[in-house]
Design a protein around this ligand. Sequence first.
Ligand SMILES: [Zn+2]
Length: 304
Amino acid sequence: MSINLNSIRDILNIKDDNIIFSDNFYLKKKFRYVDSHFFFASLSYVPSFCPCCGAINSSNSIVKNGFKSSRIRLLPISNLPAFLVLKKQRFLCRDCGSSFMAESSFVDPYCNLSNDLKKAILIDLMEVYSLKSIARRWHVSPSTVLRVLNSVPPLKNDFSSLPEFICMDEFKSVKSVDFNMSFIFMDAVSRRVIDILPDRRIHRLISYFQRYPIEVRRRVKGVVIDMYEPYITLIQSVFPNAVIIFDRFHIVQNLTRALDRTRISVMNGFARDSQEYKVLKRYWKLFLLNEFEFKYWSLIVSLF
Ligand SMILES: [Zn+2]
């Protein structure tokens, strides 16, 4: 029987090519009295440097040094617990004499839950479910659910620094926030979220940003925003040296709207049964096309 291992990789969502399935890659057996799926694979590669001392791997300075198996819990399959028994390559660095283990995007070091399973637990934690019910659904213990919850780093903000370029926007977060919209701002270069505020009203935002010392705020060179008017007031009052940058999407959106408003006002200047009125009304899309599309469609229209 030939089995396409790529389909197994797809089903388990394994994207790391360094994980290779063994010849006997699957077994269904009982684990703690419960029928479970077991998959078997190994993880190995040639490391480019030593994570302990930073030495580049040249002329076999890092050698392979056996394997260590770990049992990684996966998302359940057909409502049965599933595991990947992964033989991880151990390496020995001859430069510093330390050993280290092969790593993968599929699972974090020293963790026995796959990253996909952790994501699934985190998504459940956003809903109002008890720890017990989440634990039961994913075949883990309530303390594991709690550990996944605590692994999320909190947004720490000590108001001591700001990046040179900031992006600001608002988004719909949770129902309980005032005025339905939350405020988010992030580092425009590293894309790291700096903070999320439950309220985007201007006076709240100004008093929030005033908690940063003025020297810190002076260092901000630019702020990217949509064309929401209060943000302009905000930037002018809290970031004295910042340039206001409108993001491209909103510039195009505004241009398109302005063009459409002009079309409608010209259209309304003609009598309703005139040819001009009908053309301006019916072919509204033509005005929003680029040059090439416009030529194509004006040719078609001219045929009528
Ligand atoms: Zn080393």
